[in-house]
Write a protein that binds this ligand. Sequence first.
Ligand SMILES: [Zn+2]
Length: 108
Amino acid sequence: MELTYKTKNNRLKVNIESDSVKDSFKKLAEFQEVFDESACGMCNNDDLQFIVRTVDNNDYYELRCKKCGAKLAYGQHKTGGSLFPKRKLENGSFDKEHRGWHKWTPQG
Ligand SMILES: [Zn+2]
């Protein structure tokens, strides 16, 4: 079976091919978790940029808001090459207010 899915903000479209309903469910879930972030959690702007930074041979995946500069960082699962947005606060609880979006304050 094949299904086409468009993100909520209409910026990305994906074709998912799969053998079963379970398989498409999994693939869509993975896609949504990573790509279906429709707006910045700080200022609600929908102009977002996908960024990969490489530091010391490690790749860091993040979404950046082009308006306010806030970022949403993605963690990497140890196997399977999949990503997940980091939505928890430092104390381990879910970031209800900003959904994991945050700003680093400049030094000085
Ligand atoms: Zn923003």
